[in-house]
Design a protein around this ligand. Sequence first.
Ligand code: SAM
Ligand code: SF4
Length: 327
Amino acid sequence: MQLVDRFNRRITYLRISITDRCDLRCLYCMAEEMTFLPRAQILTLEEIYTIASAFVDLGVEKIRITGGEPLVRCGALDLVEWLGRLPLKELVLTTNGMRLSECAGRLAAAGVKRVNISLDTLRPDRFRRITRFGELDRVLSGIETARRAGFARIKLNTVVMKGYNHDEVADLVRFAVDKGLDISFIEEMPLGVIYEHDRSAVHYPSDKVRADIEQVFTLLPTPERTGGPARYFKVVGTETKVGFISPLSHNFCADCNRVRLTVEGRLLLCLGNEHAVDLKQIVRRYPGDREKLQQAIVSAMALKPKQHYFDLNERPVILRHMNATGG
Ligand code: SAM
Ligand code: SF4
């Protein structure tokens, strides 16, 4: 059986947020004071595995583990090992890199093919300002450990904000080239209410980022599509790919192939809409009933909206922060 929505899009990619907690407080992602979910409200690792394997039976080929910061959850590595035994084409993980030095070896051994590591700046003072209490050195050594751990590919993720890090995009590409990594530049999305900055004032569109990089490097478009709001380019003469993730300035919903599972067990059909189905209720009410779970997943596809609309000049319509969404 396969998962197909009303617009004939095949859903093959599941992103799972395994915790809403994090050891950082990035300005664009969270408010400084956050209330996290109580334990009883979040899926257990076993429940996450049950739901993930039901998706795999329904044709999902790729799973991304994310959060919050996935590596702060106790038992995260056990879960990754269980998921690594499912018949997936790709198991990937997104992390802020703070704990990679300790975890990279086990992740690679568990079958994680690629890791995405968030890195918005190469300057320690800016890093602290953007993440509120992160240590750049720790992330840089996490990146080094990951490079040696044997992942097929490592990608950096950079959220670009005017006045915070927009003038560093070429330096970050240089860093990626020197280390043999890929890098994606992301437009900040209006997810959750934040007070420290005005999102429309710091918006720095992907086209500008690309023009800034092209002052220094030659970029060649690649045909690669991942079914999301990203376009990829090769840095000529290097192994590095540069991606532009532009949910605001470009809308690629027609190719969308993904859904998200929140740590509360809500299946979100679209990043920019609230359409959701409560899978926690199904796994708790009918434990062991795989058919019920699969039926709920299949029927949820009818709720997947055609596209999202983000408007930085409006108050966010999506009140959940990115950590609760699973970026
Ligand atoms: N903690 C991990 C990390 O930072 O990589 C994984 C979760 S984080 C929510 C996933 C990605 O979402 C990160 O690359 C982060 O930069 C990005 N992100 C968070 N809030 C965002 C926002 N409002 N707009 C765009 N990207 C955002
Ligand atoms: Fe934490 Fe990642 Fe959000 Fe930063 S982007 S606060 S590291 S979950």
